[in-house]
Design a protein around this ligand. Structure first.
Ligand SMILES: [Fe+2]
Length: 242
């Protein structure tokens, strides 16, 4: 499995706080069956601001530690851009992309879709960029009506659902929305959005719930085939370690 959304890098956002914590999370993700994880720290100028070079250096350092610890996990680039600032970031050519380079992770405010969302998505489309949209099950418009995703999907947006949303302990609205979206085939991939070792249990629970909810081929598509393509890896077991 490939994880497109994870706060694994230590000390750069509200995710892992230390190298030790990152290693614990990496070990747990590998234990759950992940072969690669995109490190996607929040990118918000006021709160979390790191250059692409700094993040790459940190990722390389963590990859060395992960490999030394005997954890079979490949760390890949990425960043979670907030809709309120992403156009500015794009204009400054500071977009943190997946290894595929023409794809990146975007999040909306949990209060709702940004104003003029279609215009924003059109601008990405014009630049040949694929938007991977984080935790779609958590936006109020989608919780009210899954059809709110239709115009976004028509613009080529790839929709992610957090595995933890499928776990029992998550909020009921997100859980119901995640299940509805998965059953309606409106989800392109699932991801951990893991922030700390305490979140591992909910990811494991989410994976178990997903296996119950969808057939094995959909499970494969949601956890490996589609995320691999978006992350810039070869899909399927043949791509392991690519
Ligand atoms: Fe996130």
């Amino acid at each position: 499995m490939i994880d497109l959304h994870c706060h694994l890098l230590p000390g750069v956002d509200d995710g892992s706080e230390s190298m030790e914590e990152s290693l614990e999370m990496a070990r747990a993700l590998a234990g759950l069956g992940f072969r690669a994880v995109c490190c996607t720290p929040h990118v918000q100028v006021a709160m979390f601001s790191r250059s692409t070079e700094e993040l790459q250096e940190l990722r390389d350092k963590l990859q060395i530690a992960v490999t030394r610890a005997g954890i079979p996990l490949e760390l890949l680039p990425g960043g979670e851009h907030h809709a309120s600032e992403v156009l500015e970031v794009l204009a400054g050519d500071r977009l943190l992309r997946y290894r595929r380079r023409d794809a990146f992770l975007l999040e909306f405010s949990l209060r709702g879709f940004p104003p003029r969302v279609d215009e924003m998505l059109f601008r990405f489309q014009l630049k040949g960029l694929t938007v991977v949209l984080a935790h779609v099950e958590r936006y109020p418009e989608v919780q009210a009506d899954p059809r709110a995703l239709a115009p976004l999907r028509e613009r080529g947006v790839q929709c992610l659902v957090n595995l933890s949303s499928l776990a029992r302990r998550w909020d009921a609205a997100s859980q119901a929305s995640a299940r509805t979206l998965l059953q309606a085939g409106l989800v392109d991939a699932v991801s951990s959005d893991l922030h700390d070792p305490d979140g591992v249990e909910a990811v494991a629970e989410g994976l178990a719930a997903l296996r119950e909810l969808v057939d094995p081929s959909a499970f494969e598509r949601l956890t490996d085939t589609t995320p691999a393509i978006l992350a810039g890896l070869e899909p399927g077991p043949a791509g392991q370690g690519a």
